[in-house]
Design a protein around this ligand. Structure first.
Ligand SMILES: Cc1cc2nc3c(=O)[nH]c(=O)nc-3n(C[C@H](O)[C@H](O)[C@H](O)COP(=O)(O)OP(=O)(O)OC[C@H]3O[C@@H](n4cnc5c(N)ncnc54)[C@H](O)[C@@H]3O)c2cc1C
Length: 349
């Protein structure tokens, strides 16, 4: 790495890949260093984006803006890598009980939700599913093929000479004149995108991360569906009878969610299936449920893009844009995601 770089990105999950594309689109000189861990959050992710989430099915934070950014962004990436990664799909949500059916009936007449509701399903509709109470079909959702997004982006960046397998640890981080240096590489800025591993790192470990474990799996089943199905867990139709199924939410670092996922699937799927692949990861979530984006309070060449929690796919394009514009154009980052909100609290030098 002899050229003077504009940026070094550490980590190539959803966060690192997305900011790398922003830099590429804006003709910046950058290099990605990634340790290629196997069980990352991105590797386990289903890749769903969905503006209506949570136990009470409410509109997510900033959903209109996030949706606009994400469709524009991933379509642009598709053109670069010449592969399809963005699948716009409605979500069919079979009602769990009468209370939930009533909740959705209220939403149908609420102008806030009108644009998101496609139709109501009154009778049992899909062979092989427990959907006796009917359900609702919502729109403006879909999924990104996360593995393809990350793998094809990596290939593209390798072809440009912008990627290296490398594990950063505390011993390799040098401090010189209030700036961070890694080896003798010359760069103006460093962006940390290492997901939950940031908690092991001395630079941003003062931030209140939360470990949220999750399981997902690929199964094979004859179930015929066009939409994503969501009832506690989600089922995404893939090719050749394959389906992506997830997810669980745990608070421990060990892998105990697979059985929970199988139990939940047995309440949704009536027909036989075979598990093809089990996946596990730890989401880099945050105590206040907002991402960590912005500059380190002490080292002014150091930035972070992290804390994407369970919504990396929809948050990453918006957060990358906010970060990029703050560095290059000195724009203010949306305060709710700006890492500055923790500056006054417990900074560990
Ligand atoms: C089961 C499950 C299902 C999910 N489903 C969805 C979904 O449907 N939709 C959605 O939007 N989100 C989903 N998520 C959440 C999503 O996975 C995260 O929001 C997102 O992947 C976080 O990406 P990241 O790049 O910050 O972290 P990570 O994916 O953890 O990536 C970090 C990267 O940094 C690298 N790295 C780590 N340490 C170092 C180091 N010291 N040096 C160099 N490189 C390093 C790793 O190898 C990795 O490549 C799901 C998560 C799980 C666990």
């Amino acid at each position: 790495m002899k050229e003077k770089l504009d940026y070094i990105i550490i980590g190539q999950g959803i966060a690192g890949t997305t900011i790398a594309w922003w830099l590429n689109f804006n003709k910046k000189q950058f290099y990605i260093l990634n340790d290629e861990k196997k069980n990352t959050s991105s590797a386990a992710a289903l890749g769903i984006y969905n503006p209506i989430t949570g136990r009470n099915s409410v509109k997510t934070w900033n959903s209109e803006i996030l949706l606009k950014e994400l469709e524009k962004f991933y379509s642009k990436v598709e053109k670069k890598i010449k592969k399809k990664i963005l699948y716009k799909k409605n979500i069919y949500r079979p009602y769990k009980n009468i209370k939930e059916a009533n909740l959705w009936n209220e939403k149908i007449s609420n102008s806030k939700y009108k644009n998101y509701i496609k139709s109501e399903v009154n009778n049992k509709k899909i062979n092989g599913l427990y959907d006796e109470l009917g359900g609702i079909i919502t729109s403006k959702s879909g999924y990104i093929d996360v593995n393809k997004y990350i793998l094809e982006s990596k290939k593209y960046f390798i072809s440009l000479g912008r990627y290296k397998k490398y594990k950063l640890n505390n011993k390799k981080i040098l401090i010189e004149n209030n700036k961070i240096k890694i080896k003798n590489w010359k760069t103006n800025n460093i962006i940390m995108c290492i997901g939950i591993d940031e908690t092991k790192n001395k630079l941003f470990s003062y931030l209140p991360f939360k470990h949220v474990t999750g399981n997902s799996m690929i199964i094979k089943t004859k179930l015929k569906i066009k939409n994503i199905i969501n009832k506690g867990i989600s089922i995404i139709p893939l090719k050749n009878d394959l389906k992506n199924v997830g997810s669980t939410y745990g608070n421990e670092k060990n892998n105990n969610g697979l059985q929970e996922l199988i139990d939940k699937l047995s309440k949704l799927l009536k027909i036989k299936y075979t598990i093809i692949k089990e996946k596990f990861g730890v989401r880099p979530a945050t105590i206040d449920r907002r991402p960590f984006v912005g500059q380190h309070p002490i080292f002014d060449n150091l930035y972070i893009l992290n804390g994407l929690g369970s919504k990396g796919i929809s948050l990453a394009p918006f957060c990358s844009k906010e970060l990029f514009n703050s560095i290059e154009q000195k724009n203010k980052i949306n305060f709710e995601i700006n890492v500055k909100r923790y500056n006054s609290k417990n900074i560990n030098k």
